[in-house]
Design a protein around this ligand. Sequence first.
Ligand code: SF4
Length: 441
Amino acid sequence: VKLTLIRPNMGERKAADTLQPLAIAVLAGLTPPEVEIEFVDDRIEAIPWDRATDLVALSVETFTARRAYRIASHFKQRGIPVIMGGYHPSFETEEALNFADTVVCGDAEGIWEQVMADGLKGGLKRVYYGNPSRDLQGVKYDRSLFKGKKYAPLFPVQFGRGCRYACDFCSIHAFYRNNLRQRPLPEVVAEIAESGHRYFLIVDDNLLIDSVKTGAFLSALKPLKIRWVTQISIDITHNSKLLQLMAESGCLAVMIGFESLDPRNLAQMGKRANLTNRDYALAVKKLRDLGIMVYGSFLFGYDFDTRDSFEPALEFAIENQLFLANFNPLTPMPGTGLYHRLRAENRLIYEVWWNDPYFKYGDAVFQPRGMTATELTDGCRSNRYRFNRYSSMLRRMLDSKANGSSLENLAIFCGANWISRIEIHAKQGAELGGASGTVGG
Ligand code: SF4
């Protein structure tokens, strides 16, 4: 039996910043040896539309759902059963079942073995549910499928899943709720040590779990002499001991969700960590003083934002010499409190924006209160473009503390900013799923 695993793209353009998809490595690790696996990463390679296979499985996120539905339709027309899993089908199960034969909701561990057993017998059920509180001990990542594929030189590793905060726009919170779990430290350390790589992305949603667990993790990284990046909530900057440990264990950069400079917006989104850490400049300074580069993320469109909110955020990002920055229109993801609220308030412009032919990447999808939807789209696009101008890059590069503190940091800064500039211009305005009617096959 042959299983084709597919990681769909957002559209048809191949990207330059693609990371190894860990979800695929988990599925491969759980698939019994009698099943032959072919893996296709639609983000970097062509889909073999007509190649023989017995089963197709797609790992789907909201921004790739439209493309996934097109791919699924093609294989179903060929009479091949299609399975979907991931965040999006877990939230929009009925929708996904219009295109797939089977949907796996939640984590794959503990249920994928059953899906495969049923698939081998030709008796797949319509829906399977993973156990959201299952222990992460023994999770096996089979990365042999990635051999020969061109990924960014950052090796992704997971310590834990979930976040202790509950921001109303966040899919992570909607998916994991209070099921925060970590893998046993020795398993993570062995995986890093055996990989032979130097640069790692710790893919956790928020590495600051609590000071004890995060401290133990950082202490375990220290002897490995690696360089790593991650996402972390801003309250890490209140803990000087953990900050020091981060620097000593090889932390190169962190992504922090600053989201908004207006505390009224932070209160509305439930961003508790930021409400109690309002001095963003001081937070950035503490990290940069230790040589850690800061990637900032900003959201626009909460009720207290107006068209005057964009400029101060851009100025903050350039003045504080951020490594990279995102300026995103608030986008209600399925399953989140935000999505339900905006729908109940009748403010969604496209109710199913992820599968709407008129929606383009970067568009506002709801009616904000303090500006028009067009102003929201344009303000974010303008900040994205201006932050990625060469003059901004030069200003941010001239930073002897972090971005330009060593030849290594400088090379990473230049490479990452160059790719970010290309990707931002290429993605803005792109149609999800690719140009209409060009699935291929
Ligand atoms: S802190 Fe970040 S990961 Fe955690 S709930 Fe908020 S947005 Fe999501």
